[in-house]
Design a protein around this ligand. Structure first.
Ligand code: HEC
Length: 124
């Protein structure tokens, strides 16, 4: 009896270690919010470069390629965080004629949001 209880305990311990290791490997227990944030900003940057850079200045370019398209670093100065979130979620339809209409996933919206927020300059 004591022997089987011990093997059971050992089995349970091994199992838990395996499960935790699996979670960690999958990144589900990531307890580093800074790294999460950095990764989101990086994805947002890549998306912006891919989808938005043909009209907007998406980083520190002095001017947007397309006249009338605000540089990303100035957007937060004109919109509130909530406003930007709305714009991104709605596919920027309202009042933005030259803007293509697109559907972004929730995650892409978050990534773009974090990116634009991260490069925003004050007071412009
Ligand atoms: C075909 C050119 C074009 C592309 C591509 C484009 N935009 Fe725009 N965008 C514009 C123009 C022009 C405006 C200004 C429209 C206006 O003020 O009516 C604008 C306005 C905006 C605004 C509103 C800014 C404000 O101050 O109200 C946001 C936010 C925005 N774009 C985000 C994006 C994002 C994010 C992408 C890429 C996923 C993108 N745009 C791709 C041309 C473009």
């Amino acid at each position: 009896m004591p022997l089987s209880a011990r093997s059971l305990l050992i089995a349970v311990v091994f199992l838990s270690v395996g499960v935790v290791a699996g979670f960690l490997a999958a990144g589900w227990l990531s307890d580093d919010p800074d790294a999460e944030y950095e990764a989101a900003v990086q994805r947002g940057h890549d998306l912006a470069t891919l989808m938005c850079a043909r009209c907007h200045a998406v980083a520190d370019e002095p001017q947007s390629p397309r006249e009338g398209a605000p540089p990303f670093r100035t957007i937060m100065g004109r919109l509130t965080a909530e406003g930007l979130d709305d714009e991104l979620s709605e596919g920027l339809v309202a009042g933005h004629d030259p803007m293509p209409r697109w559907l972004l996933s929730t995650r892409q919206i978050d990534d773009l949001f974090f990116y634009i927020d991260s490069i925003s300059v004050q007071g412009s």
